[in-house]
Design a protein around this ligand. Structure first.
Ligand code: URA
Length: 433
């Protein structure tokens, strides 16, 4: 088999066989196929797409390209949750302990964030002492004991995806449904959960800007998961503005603690409970959606979910005093108010712009070797649909320098304020199973 023949076949609209897909994935992972041929191949996929079957073969081959996890020694049905990524997305910090608190095992392998703010691991490391370096035995043991553990993704989980993602990043081939779907699902399959709930974000701050594209991505991933023996459900949720009010690392953890303590932070609680409800249903814990939802809401309101969070943080070496006294998290030096330039209603808040402003403050990484600062971030004081007066504070920057001019300008640019009153956005668009 020759790579050039696969490239020309895809270029001319042909369909690859399972053997050809394996040849590409294995050859590229081993280093036998050079970057220039893999790049050309990715570009043919970008323009000509892939059939359902090709996408499933690609996913399976990438999932099996490295270490795979067998979670069978953990009692109960393991349910994973994955988000396609958004700004202010701290939902895993809520859904994890929430579903664990009703006895559903969550064995979560997470990555670090590259971009606006840290990933789940970075956020958790806001807790002094918290360790994500767990051996397999420790990881399984903690899930069996507490129903929840979060570990760093090993370097050898779906290495084909790792290599291909890095190439896609520099060849303009990230944004295409078969490649995104296979990339995400290969890691989920390799991580070993029996059921998966996908939070597919849609809107200006998401990979997929339109609802149609988001639905296509969701449908593709759900089909891959179900066809490969993992029950999969996707919930399409809004990312036309940041989620919740906090963007950063320790401030996002604080907001998650608020929701776990029963506070009604509307969008964050609503989406978290929706996703947790689907996790609980997939785990077979409840007969109806309504029953699952009511039970989970009660666990947020009566402290059960917060107790599970405290146990989880303590079990991985984190300082649990911070759970009960979030004011003890390290603080930034300056808290800079950004004022509304005019009166009116907040029409939109560009999530990507706010994410970039948080990165300027040091909350995220521009390259994978950058350090992140857990204390810096942004608090949004006004969200879409809110009325504002001229000069009123719309956001607060938690910064290390007194000016933070780049970040302040970016926040101002990200807010659109006009005279027209607008309704609040839909939070949940669709559920696909
Ligand atoms: N997240 C992934 O893991 N892969 C993609 O291709 C896009 C988002």
């Amino acid at each position: 088999m020759r790579m050039v023949d696969l490239i020309t076949k895809k270029r001319d609209g042909g369909k690859l066989s399972k053997e050809e897909v394996s040849f590409f994935v294995q050859g590229y992972t081993r280093g036998d196929i050079p970057d220039y041929q893999a790049s050309a191949f990715l570009m043919t996929v970008y323009f000509n797409g892939m059939t359902e079957e090709e996408t499933a073969w690609l996913t399976e081959e990438m999932a099996n390209s490295g270490e795979t996890f067998d979670l069978s020694s953990i009692a109960g049905k393991k349910v994973d949750k994955h988000s396609t990524g958004g700004v202010g997305d701290k939902i895993t910090l809520i859904t994890g302990p929430l579903v664990a608190s009703i006895g559903i095992p969550v064995a979560k392998m997470s990555g670090r964030g590259l971009g606006h703010t840290g990933g789940t691991l970075d956020k958790l490391e806001s807790f002094k002492g918290f360790s994500i370096d767990l051996s397999r035995e420790q990881f399984m043991g903690l899930v069996n004991e507490n129903k929840l553990a979060v570990a760093g993704q090993t370097g050898n989980l779906a290495p084909a995806d790792k290599k291909l993602y890095a190439l896609r990043d520099v060849t303009g081939t990230v944004n295409t449904i078969p490649l995104i779907a296979s990339s995400i699902m290969s890691k989920k399959l390799a991580s070993g959960a029996e059921a998966i709930v996908l939070d597919v974000k849609t809107g200006s701050g998401a990979f997929m800007k339109s609802l149609d594209e988001s639905r296509q991505l969701a449908e593709t991933m759900v089909k891959i998961g179900n066809n490969l023996g993992r029950q999969t459900v996707a919930v399409i949720t809004d990312m036309n503005q940041p989620l919740g009010f906090e963007i950063g690392n320790s401030n996002e953890v604080k907001e998650a603690i608020q929701v776990l303590s029963g506070e009604k932070i509307t969008d964050l609680r609503e989406i978290s409970v929706e996703l947790a409800t689907h996790m609980a249903l997939l785990a077979g814990k409840f007969a109806t959606y309504e029953e699952a939802r009511a039970h989970l809401e009660a666990c947020l309101d009566d402290g059960t979910a917060l107790a599970a969070f405290r146990t989880f943080i303590g079990a991985q070496g984190g300082d649990t005093a911070l759970v009960d006294n979030p004011e003890l998290f390290p603080q930034a030096d300056y808290h800079i108010e950004v004022k509304a330039p005019a009166a009116g209603f907040v029409h939109s808040i560009d999530a990507e712009g706010i994410g970039t402003a948080a990165m300027y403050l040091g909350a995220g990484r521009a390259t994978k070797d950058d350090d992140i600062d857990h204390a810096v971030g942004i608090t949004l004081m006004k969200k879409q649909g809110d009325a504002v007066q001229e000069g009123e504070t719309i956001a607060v920057l938690h910064a290390r320098d007194a000016e933070a001019a780049d970040s302040r300008n970016k926040v101002l640019e990200s807010y659109t304020i006009n005279e027209e009153h607008i309704e609040k956005m839909t939070l949940i668009y669709d559920v696909i199973s």
